[in-house]
Structures are given as structure tokens and as C-alpha cells.
Design a protein around this ligand. Structure first.
Ligand SMILES: Cc1cc2nc3c(=O)[nH]c(=O)nc-3n(C[C@H](O)[C@H](O)[C@H](O)COP(=O)(O)OP(=O)(O)OC[C@H]3O[C@@H](n4cnc5c(N)ncnc54)[C@H](O)[C@@H]3O)c2cc1C
Length: 366
């Protein structure tokens, strides 16, 4: 019989770690969760300030086509009817996103889908074999949409001229020939009333959680404490960047309180011109139709990523980084008692519904 004090040590209290902790505890396992930050919830953490639930690590809108996942999450919170309708601001002019009939009407004054198709064809068809992101975008949606809504935003996001970016970044650009401004196509969408943190509080109820603890600072000691470890941190960090750091895109959020009850009239406004350094402003109260006197907003600034210094947000899954990840994955397979799960350990961008799906699938087979 094992002498170790825990059956499972779970590193990270985001969705992957918290779901595992919840289900394993239900199965009668002795579980310990350690979390580097001083709060649970991972990147989905929300914090209440002045009656507004702030999406602390960036806007989190729950959406899924998977009814099982929707029913699962609804056990832990009641969801409101928030629908993501993004507005773009280009040099003081507003456009509806994603590209739909409103966008084209605002851009060209056109009324019918046929007029739009003709315009895009006129502006995009001269490029037959796109060689970079700029050409690919013009080929797909024409020059005006590209110049107004894609060029500056993409340059800011990638911190590179779109002419120097591979065309593969944009495989397709969905264009809607209807006046539908709902950002997502999924049948289930919303924000948990009262924020996301309550979901994690419920998932981790009755489970020992230690906050402000970095597993990697005393890895050997922690590995001795449990028969199995579920690690949801960055895989390259686990192996002390032995093969080099994996690349991410990072974001800095500048959170500010504003002394007005309504700063921008919408939860998400994208700034698509290059001259404005931030990519978006999030006004948190609109996620829950807030009616407070003041408001909290976050400016999102793309930030160069430096391992261990900036937050790893979006993995850069190009051929070089995927090959590097493969090396780490092979190395990880040498440690069967350590399970690498979640967006950082799997080096893949997952939405919340996808990470829930993955955690539930993992548990079903574990
Ligand atoms: C800016 C942004 C916006 C997003 N918007 C949406 C959205 O609108 N809709 C949507 O569905 N999804 C969205 N997502 C995705 C969502 O955040 C993820 O699906 C989800 O957070 C993944 O959960 P996870 O458990 O894998 O990772 P995380 O939430 O990152 O949890 C991992 C946890 O492990 C901890 N950890 C790491 N290393 C250590 C260590 N050494 N010791 C102890 N603890 C450690 C971390 O502190 C963290 O709390 C967004 C993501 C980002 C970055």
C-alpha cells in the first residue's frame, strides 16, 4: 500500500484541475490542489468590485454546441442571456462584427447581399495566389474590409506587419450575408450570473486547496506527496525549459474604474486602427447588464512574451513550436504518474467548453 499522504496532487485550480479534483474527490480519492496564484479559477477568475464582476484575465464568454457540457456547467451557476455582439472602432467610426450585412452597410452603404458579393469580388479577385496574410485577407474579403477592420488589429495582435505573417493564420474569414451580429454560432451562450469564481468554489468545496504555492519551486518534494499528479501548468516549465521555451502571445490588461455608469455601451469594443496601441476595451458590467453608478473597464495591450515573466495566453502553434512541443510531450510520456492536462500543459488554445469536454473525457477513461 502507498505511504503517500494523497492519492492525487493537482497543480492548478483552473477548469481542468478543478474538474479533476471535484470528480476524483467524488470517487473517494484523497486530493490536494495547489495553485500558484492567490485565487482559484485560473484564467476564468472573476472578482467583484463595486458590484461588477470583473473578468480579471480578459473577457470570458461561455458558448458551446455541446448540450452535455451546457447541462454540466449549469449545475454550478445560473447563466444569463448575454450574447456577444462585438463593435469595432476604426478612427472614430463604428462597425458591427463579425463581418455581416450591417458591417457592409456601414462600410459601403450597400443594402443587399448581392451588392456585397459583387464588391468583395471586385476588390479581392485580383489576388489569385495569396502569399501572405495581407493578400489572403484581401483575397477573401476585399481591400476595404481588410484596411478598416483587419490590418491594424492583426498588426497589433501579432506585433508584425501582416505582409510578414504566413497566410495560414487566416484559413477562412466567415462572412455573413445576413444582419446577424451574434459573434458565436453555438446554440448555448451566456455569462454565469454572479461571475465564474462561484463555479470553482462549488467544484472545490470540501477539497484541500493551497493558494500561492508554486509546484515548480519544490517539485521533488511535491511529487513525493501523491501517487499521481495532474499538472496543468506550462509543459516547458515542468522540464525547466530543457529544449527551449515554447512561444506564446501575451496580453497586458490595464484595469481602470471610470466615474460614469456607462463608458462604451457594449461589453467588447475592438480598436482596429494601428495607431491606437490597445486592441480592445472591455466594459465588464455589460456582461451582466449591470446598473451600478460607476464602471470598470480593461484596456488590452498585446505584449511580447517572455517565459516566467509575462502571462502565457495564446500558444503560437506554428511548425517550429509544435515540433518543440512534441519533444516535451515525448519526455512527459516517460513519467506515467504525471498527467499533463489543460491549455498550458497541452500547449493548445482551448475555449472553456472544450477544456470541460477534455477534462470530462479524461476522467471517463481514467
Ligand atoms: C484572454 C483570454 C480570453 C479568453 N476568452 C475566452 C472566452 O471568451 N470563452 C471561452 O470559452 N474561453 C476563453 N478563454 C479560454 C479559457 O481561459 C480557457 O479555456 C481555460 O482557462 C483553460 O483552463 P485550464 O485549466 O486549462 O487553464 P488555466 O485557467 O490557465 O489554469 C491553469 C492554472 O494552473 C496554475 N499554475 C500554472 N503553473 C503552476 C505551478 N507551477 N504551480 C501551481 N499552479 C500553477 C495557473 O496559475 C492557473 O491558475 C480565454 C483565454 C484567454 C487567455
Amino acid at each position: 500500500m502507498s505511504q503517500k499522504p494523497y492519492d492525487y496532487l493537482i497543480v492548478g485550480a483552473g477548469f481542468f484541475g478543478s474538474i479533476c479534483a471535484h470528480e476524483l474527490q467524488k470517487r473517494g480519492k484523497k486530493v490536494l490542489v495547489i495553485e500558484k496564484r492567490n485565487h482559484i479559477g485560473g484564467n476564468c477568475y472573476t472578482e467583484n468590485r463595486d458590484g461588477i464582476n470583473i473578468h480579471y484575465y480578459g473577457a470570458h464568454i461561455f458558448h458551446t454546441s455541446n448540450k452535455t457540457v451546457w447541462d454540466w456547467i449549469n449545475q454550478f451557476a445560473e447563466f444569463n442571456h448575454f450574447t456577444n455582439r462585438v463593435v469595432a472602432n476604426y478612427k472614430g467610426k463604428l462597425f458591427a462584427l463579425p463581418f455581416n450585412m450591417w458591417t457592409f452597410h456601414q462600410l459601403w452603404g450597400v443594402i443587399t447581399p448581392d451588392e456585397v458579393k459583387k464588391k468583395i469580388e471586385e476588390q479581392g479577385s485580383y489576388i489569385q495566389n495569396p502569399q501572405n496574410l495581407e493578400e489572403q485577407a484581401i483575397h477573401l474579403v476585399g481591400k476595404d474590409v481588410y484596411e478598416t477592420l483587419i490590418k491594424g488589429y492583426t498588426a497589433k495582435q501579432w506585433m508584425k506587419d501582416p505582409k510578414e505573417l504566413p497566410k495560414e493564420i487566416i484559413k477562412r474569414l466567415p462572412v455573413r450575408y445576413t444582419f446577424d451580429t451574434n459573434y458565436f454560432n453555438d446554440p448555448y451562450q451566456g455569462i454565469p450570473k454572479g461571475g465564474y469564481t462561484q463555479i470553482f468554489e462549488k467544484l472545490l468545496e470540501g477539497i484541500e486547496v493551497q493558494l500561492g504555492v508554486d509546484f515548480l519551486a519544490s517539485k521533488t518534494e511535491w511529487l513525493d506527496k501523491a501517487d499521481k499528479v495532474i499538472y496543468t501548468g506550462p509543459i516547458d516549465a515542468y522540464f525547466n525549459y530543457e529544449f527551449g521555451p515554447l512561444e506564446y502571445k501575451s496580453v497586458t490588461l490595464d484595469l481602470q474604474k471610470k466615474d460614469t455608469d456607462n463608458f462604451q455601451g457594449n461589453a467588447v469594443v475592438n480598436y482596429t486602427e494601428q495607431e491606437i496601441p490597445y486592441t480592445r476595451i472591455i466594459e465588464h458590467k455589460h456582461f451582466e447588464f449591470g446598473t451600478t453608478d460607476s464602471t470598470w473597464i480593461s484596456y488590452e495591450y498585446p505584449t511580447p512574451y517572455e517565459a516566467q515573466k509575462t502571462e502565457p495566453y495564446y500558444p503560437v502553434n506554428d511548425a517550429t513550436n509544435n515540433a518543440l512541443f512534441q519533444k516535451y510531450k515525448e519526455k512527459a510520456a516517460e513519467f506515467p504518474n504525471v498527467i499533463f492536462g489543460g491549455r498550458l500543459a497541452e500547449y493548445k488554445y482551448y475555449d472553456m467548453h472544450q477544456i470541460i469536454e477534455r477534462a470530462l473525457d479524461f476522467l471517463a477513461n481514467h
